[in-house]
Design a protein around this ligand. Structure first.
Ligand code: ZN
Length: 584
């Protein structure tokens, strides 16, 4: 989806970065012309997130994220490039010019939305039809009330190969649209199109805006040959890794936190029991995107996964993702390896509420996970547990927490609290030494001159350092571009830096502004973060011409050295070949 460059330039000039960022981050003026605040992308206590009104960029000295106004919105609102452009256009009441392609995509989306809505209604009405009796009985068996069926829009896919396809085609939808929506599948043998969901209990997947974006179907029999759950494939509307079941309702909760469960049915039964704040991640463990989505709606998450091995591993991954976003996390242990649904049916809502209020935080949970790995009746196990627990506690920011949880470990191992604190201090010292070593490696010049973003690698770091120098100069003052024809993108060793160079020179030649924000259309967010980082070092503008000459000199010398190496290698190869010929 391409936007005209003129439109993008106008959009960027109207969306001042300080205003846009300022509505998410409290910015205060500090040194020089830059503003500082707490980074919204990683958790921190002292501000290392900077905004330059002059350069119209942001950069975090902590996590390395950076860029212009468009990729800020992409990152923070979790939007694609086109969606971020629309978001910023709405912000300043700017109309987005439609390309023909846009119009086609938009009408396809609109048709899909309509089809999904009608299909959801059809499934829902099936629950009351005679053919839907089996599914209705299954639903009742799971203790799901008619009120829930209505508020979640639950439905029945009846035991038929074509009930939905027939009905939707009768209403004017095409086979292609049914395939596009993932509601139909095509037989690879006969080419026939048939219903994707058959003889299943249907959960429409409704996003936070209230649009039906897809469906989940649960098996209603005990037949192990059938998959327990099937979900819509990825479509124009639906991306499983960015979707949370129930968030459309849970986002309105007044309970102040969100409960993360494994199954859709858990979400529904929790709601029936008065907990209107549960969401499920469609069977998979929580993804980074889902964690970010969640963090937009709450600052506290209670993880209530199954307590089996798979559930614990999934909980650990969820903790890792959520922690990075500064969400406070509690982990709920449902006794007797039950899921919340089973627990509530057996013990009632009151017991579940008590469980919720007694939940330990994630530090306790992590300690219990570590404890589970070792046999504490053996000395070896006790020592290993002590070491690993001390390492985990050493990473905690708060001294009080280190002490409180350290004492708890000491108590369990029947050692003195002082002994435990010594162990934690030792682990902390080891940790900070390791961190320092990593830091030094990053800042060591030339031979380890590699971007922090792992997707960018420099093959020739020495040349790349000079190439970066050129780009830094050009970004500060593009008029420095050498008119000489003997230097260009082809001389760069880094494909990425060559693209940046070409981008700047082309725009300069067309007399158009060079903005980091507009780069979001052509560069990945890692690449933009790195460009922004490059701009943090001052460019030697005072003697720009000489600096430019020097940089070009380094690049050419490196190139020459390499070609001499090649000559040498080919000479040696020839020599050896000659020797072999003689031998042969
Ligand atoms: Zn950061």
């Amino acid at each position: 989806m391409a936007f005209s460059e003129r439109f993008l330039d106008e959009l960027i000039s109207k969306n001042d970065i300080t205003e846009v960022v300022g509505s998410y981050v409290r910015l205060t003026k500090r040194s020089g012309s830059n503003l500082f605040g707490l980074c919204p992308f990683h958790s921190e206590k002292t501000p290392s997130f900077s905004v330059s009104p002059e350069k119209q960029i942001y950069h975090c000295f902590g996590c390395g994220k950076g860029g212009g106004v468009i990729n800020f919105i992409m990152e923070i609102e979790n939007l694609s490039f086109p969606d971020a452009v629309h978001f910023l256009a709405r912000r300043v009441n700017l109309e987005v010019p439609d390309s023909d392609e846009d119009k086609i995509m938009r009408s396809r989306r609109e048709r899909l939305i309509k089809l999904n809505r009608e299909a959801a209604m059809f499934f829902h009405e099936n629950l009351l039809r005679p053919q839907g009796r089996v599914v209705r009985e299954y639903m009742e068996g799971r203790g799901i009330t008619p009120v829930s069926a209505k508020s979640f829009g639950l439905g029945a896919a009846i035991d038929s190969w074509s009930a939905l396809c027939d009905e939707m085609q009768r209403r004017g939808f095409t086979k292609d649209e049914l395939l596009d929506a993932g509601l139909a599948a095509k037989s690879s043998k006969t080419g026939n199109v048939y219903d994707f969901f058959r003889n299943r209990f249907i959960f429409p997947l409704i996003d936070v805006r209230g649009t039906v974006v897809g469906f989940s179907g649960r098996r209603i029999t005990d037949n192990e040959n059938e998959r327990k759950f099937v979900h819509s494939k990825e479509t124009l509307l639906f991306n499983k890794s960015k979707f949370l079941f129930g968030l459309n309702l849970a986002k309105k909760t007044k309970l102040g936190r969100i409960i993360l469960v494994e199954g859709n049915v858990d979400v529904i039964t929790l709601r029936q029991a008065g907990f209107d704040n549960a969401v499920a991640s469609l069977g998979t463990s929580l993804t980074e995107d889902q964690a970010r989505l969640l963090s937009n709606y709450t600052k506290e998450v209670v993880i209530a996964y199954d307590s089996d091995g798979a559930g614990m591993a999934a909980a650990q991954r969820a903790i890792d993702h959520l922690e990075k976003l500064g969400v406070s996390i509690k982990v709920l242990h449902v006794p007797g390896n039950k899921d919340p649904d089973e627990f509530i049916r057996k013990n009632g809502a009151g017991a579940f509420a008590a469980l919720l209020n007694g939940t330990g935080n994630h530090i306790e949970y992590r300690l219990s996970v570590i404890q589970g790995k070792y046999d504490l009746t053996q000395d070896e196990g006790r020592v290993a547990y002590l070491k690993e627990a001390a390492e985990m506690l050493a990473a905690l920011q708060s001294r009080v927490e280190r002490e409180v949880y350290g004492n708890r470990v000491a108590e369990l191992l029947k050692i003195s609290p002082e002994g435990m604190q010594v162990e934690i201090k030792r682990a902390a010292a080891k940790r900070s030494k390791e961190l320092k070593r990593q830091q030094e490696q990053i800042s060591r010049p030339v031979n380890t001159f590699q971007p922090k973003e792992r997707s960018i690698r420099y093959e020739d770091p020495k040349s790349a350092a000079a190439e970066e120098g050129i780009i830094r100069l050009l970004l500060a003052d593009p008029s420095i571009i050498r008119k000489a024809s003997d230097f260009g993108p082809q001389d760069f060793t880094s494909e990425f830096l060559a693209r940046v160079y070409a981008y700047i020179t082309e725009r300069y030649a067309e007399n158009r502004p060079i903005s980091i924000a507009a780069m979001s259309a052509e560069f990945s967010s890692d690449e933009i973060s790195h460009i922004t980082l490059m701009m943090q070092k001052p460019a030697p503008l005072a003697n720009a011409e000489t600096a430019m000459e020097d940089y070009i000199g380094v690049i050419k010398t490196q190139k020459l050295a390499k070609s001499e190496d090649l000559l040498e290698i080919s000479r040696k190869l020839r020599e050896r070949k000659g020797m072999e010929d003689k031998d042969g």
